[in-house]
Design a protein around this ligand. Structure first.
Ligand SMILES: [Zn+2]
Length: 314
């Protein structure tokens, strides 16, 4: 594993923080859901590996604040563990394991199903999975873990009306805060579905950070309302996890380069627009001083626009 660590640091050269996305924790599997459930033994294997590799765990809101303060420091190995849907087995399986390894995590709760079952998956035959109770959530919060929202009814947020979108984001935040007595600063998009409208509504509702299913490691330049996460599947053992972490760092580097290129071209477009604006202002003042320039200026403007050139003064 040391070889992998050195290779990862040399190859990527960036300070990235992987965020893992877990779901249910049980041996019981079914055809449709087996990918999304992990045995207790396998989770213990992951935590053991992360502890041996010297990773420090952060909650999502702590990570967002850490990025804002300029973290991570060189050589620092950080990771965030997240668990979607608040299955009851998080309380019975993950909480004691996390305590044993002195690790923290973030749990994303679809508040409409607390203490009930996973009814949003009824059509897929997975509607009988137990969701944690309010008492269990209180215990989890009191243990220092972060409780985030996951909409009210596990909704496809990009498909709902603006009014429902507001409710799906503000109701769970208010209810979790009221029942658990703590600020709710993070959320995860159900099914990883979001768009610009959803992201704006998340900010409007007062969340600091939101998690997607974009599969690469987070960096300081990540949009806090689009934090990427690496999915963990039933077959992900410790060796697979190590490989996923390595790949996620390379993917983070590619994503950062892509974002930088996009930012540069945006800056280029803005500079070009500013140049046109400046030219137009100069033209306006020249025409005011000498009206005979108007005709020439207009014909020059026409040819410049046809050629795609911004300069109109002549
Ligand atoms: Zn979910």
């Amino acid at each position: 594993m040391c070889g992998t660590k050195a290779r990862g640091q040399v190859m990527t050269g960036i300070k990235s923080v992987p965020i893992l996305s877990y779901h249910a924790l049980s041996e019981a599997r079914s055809e449709g859901f087996y990918r999304w459930t992990l045995s207790a033994q396998r989770l213990a294997g992951h935590l053991d590996y992360l502890a041996r590799e010297g990773y420090r765990t952060l909650t999502i809101s702590a990570l967002a604040k850490y990025f804002a303060r300029g973290g991570p420091r060189p050589g620092e190995r950080l990771i965030a563990l997240t668990f979607d849907d608040a299955y009851a087995d998080f309380h019975t399986v993950a909480l004691p394991l996390l305590a044993r390894y002195q690790m923290t995590a973030t749990l994303f709760v679809p508040t409409g199903y607390v203490g009930a079952k996973s009814l949003w998956m009824s059509e897929e035959g997975e509607g009988e999975r137990r969701i944690a109770s309010w008492a269990a959530l209180r215990e989890i919060a009191e243990a220092g873990l972060e409780i985030g929202a996951h909409s009210h009814t596990h909704a496809e947020l990009d498909l709902v009306s603006s009014q429902e979108l507001t409710g799906q984001l503000s109701w769970p935040k208010a209810e979790l805060e009221q029942r658990l007595g703590r600020p709710v600063q993070s959320m995860a998009y159900p099914y990883g579905r979001y768009n610009r409208r959803v992201r704006a509504a998340v900010a409007q509702a007062g969340y600091l950070a939101a998690c997607t299913m974009n599969s690469w490691a987070a960096t300081r330049s990540s949009n806090l309302l689009e934090l990427p996460r690496i999915p963990v599947f039933q077959h992900t053992d410790a060796a697979d996890l190590a490989q996923r972490l390595f790949v996620s760092r390379s993917a983070a580097r590619r994503e950062m380069l892509r974002a930088q290129r996009a930012a540069h071209s945006a800056v280029g477009s803005a500079a070009q627009a500013a140049s046109v604006l400046l030219s137009n202002r100069m033209l306006h003042s020249q025409v005011q001083a000498n009206p005979s320039l108007a005709y020439r200026a207009l014909t020059n403007r026409g040819s410049a626009e046809r050629d795609g050139r911004p300069e109109v003064t002549g």
